[in-house]
Write a protein that binds this ligand. Structure first.
Ligand SMILES: Nc1ncnc2c1ncn2[C@@H]1O[C@H](COP(=O)(O)OP(=O)(O)OP(=O)(O)O)[C@@H](O)[C@H]1O
Length: 449
């Protein structure tokens, strides 16, 4: 291992010299020490040391003390401890205290090199994890995407991971969970960040002009096309195209999109020549795309092409620990936007906001705080919540929202909420839902809760 600095700790002079010479011959830079105290001084003085090879028995002290000191003070080093023949207890203790490997004496040259290589690798892995963790813990938000709940950290992690690639990403999640914001964040941390990010809502363009909007059109391709039209794909060349509500694309446009994803080319309307483009596609849908596939409404091959990297944006009720942070964020945002300070919310209102299920997710929360910033009326704020929640209930009858519901998700949410409300008492939770205990357990099992 060239260029690896190793700290050798061995109190037997002959052994020390022998091992130092051997490691030197293998390309290590060796700092040879003879005691724990000497080793600690060397470790503190030289931050290039990345490996320690220490004997167990070192005068009054032992390799264990060195190990404990190193791990307690977070020195970023790999450690191998040499133990006396047959002392398996020491070996187990060394591993428990954080050694990466141990070697029973006497050992062969090859065994030593192997153990050091293993320790070096373990150390590098630890360092990489540490860097990632540091990045994540500093990251309560990514661009403007707020969230420190573990499920949001996973989202950030995935965004970071795929940003540098060109992989197609499919973002799922209910309306208002931040799918577009996540797509923007992904673009902003990708190498394409200085090229355009173009967003289009596939559900909001009339079908008659959708093809020209997306793929462009030659002058005269259709009535009213008085000049060449640049489509969204061409506008996003070199950058990212965000196709929101991709489930709404007509079968014909699904085919054209598939072709682009497979071959990287499009044919604008009225054009006889293909145009090659470099566009990264991020698609999103609040509908369950796989269910759309099963119903024959969405091409299966396109689904798999889009779903190379799936990212799921959690509903706000699944990360209620973020509500407080989001309230704070939106208060700041709107007080800056409207140029005035916003009255603090009372403890009572805050409590209501924190326990509200937010069916419209972050968008609904943002709207509420914006209204509060403008009107400064807490009663109005709370009333608006009762009103929106009340729309779901009329008498004893459950009113199906006009856009329908995702039954699977609905059932899962209800089960989780009942458990939470009954502090995980399954009998009480089953009763709350009017289910027999057996039927309740069956459903928990079904959802792997
Ligand atoms: N994690 C978040 N942090 C800060 N703001 C957020 C977050 N998630 C969503 N928002 C805000 O909520 C609103 C809705 O977000 P966005 O449009 O990205 O949601 P969406 O999932 O794409 O919704 P739809 O499915 O209806 O298109 C936006 O104003 C956005 O800025």
């Amino acid at each position: 291992m060239e260029n690896v600095h190793i700290l050798l700790v061995e109190d037997d002079t002959a052994q020390n010299e022998l091992i130092a010479a051997m490691l030197g011959a293998e390309g290590f830079t060796v700092t040879a020490t003879f005691s724990v105290e000497e080793a600690i001084v060397a470790l503190k003085a030289d931050n290039r040391i990345s490996l320690i090879f220490s004997d167990w028995k070192l005068g009054q002290l032992s390799g264990l003390e060195l190990l404990e000191f190193t791990r307690k003070n977070n020195f970023p080093v790999g450690i191998v401890i040499a133990t006396a023949y047959g002392s398996i207890d020491h070996a187990a203790l060394a591993i428990e205290k954080g050694a990466d490997d141990y070697l029973a004496k006497p050992f062969q040259r090859q065994e030593l090199l192997l153990a050091l290589a293993k320790a070096n690798k373990a150390n590098q892995l630890r360092l990489t994890n540490q860097t990632l963790n540091n990045q994540l813990s500093q990251q309560d938000s990514m661009v403007d995407l707020i969230g420190s709940a573990p499920c949001m950290q996973k989202v950030f992690q995935r965004i970071e991971k795929v940003a540098s690639t060109n992989a197609t990403v499919l973002i799922s999640g209910e309306s208002g969970t931040g799918k577009e914001l996540a797509a923007r964040a992904l673009h902003k941390v990708s190498p394409r960040k200085n090229s355009p990010f173009i967003a289009i809502n596939c559900g909001a363009i009339p079908e008659s002009i959708a093809e020209a909007e997306l793929f462009g059109a030659k002058k005269g391709a259709f009535t009213g096309a008085n000049q060449d039209k640049l489509g969204k794909f061409a506008a996003a060349d070199g950058g990212t195209l965000f196709l929101d509500e991709v489930a709404e694309l007509s079968p014909q446009l699904q085919t054209k999109l598939l072709r682009f994803l497979q071959e990287g080319v499009i044919t604008p309307l009225g054009c006889h020549q293909e145009v090659a483009l470099d566009v990264r596609v991020i698609a999103a849908s609040h509908k369950q795309l796989l269910a759309q596939v099963e119903e024959g409404l969405f091409r299966e091959d396109l689904y798999y092409r889009l779903n190379v990297v799936p990212i799921h944006m959690p509903a706000l009720r699944e990360r209620s620990e973020d509500i407080g942070k989001l309230i704070h964020y939106f208060k700041d945002k709107f007080s800056q936007q409207y140029g005035g300070s916003i009255e603090p919310l009372s403890a009572h209102t805050l409590k209501q906001l924190l326990s509200y299920p937010w069916p419209g997710n972050v968008r609904q929360l943002s709207n509420c705080i914006e209204r509060y910033a403008l009107l400064g009326d807490e009663d109005e704020l709370l009333e608006s919540l009762t009103h929106e929640n009340g729309q779901l209930q009329q008498g004893d009858q459950y009113i199906l929202p006009s856009e329908g519901i995702d039954w699977h998700q609905f059932e899962r949410d209800i089960l989780l909420q009942s458990l939470k409300r009954c502090e995980n008492n399954k009998t009480a939770a089953a009763k709350l839902l009017g289910l027999s205990y057996k039927a309740f357990l069956y459903r928990l099992e079904k959802h792997q809760i």
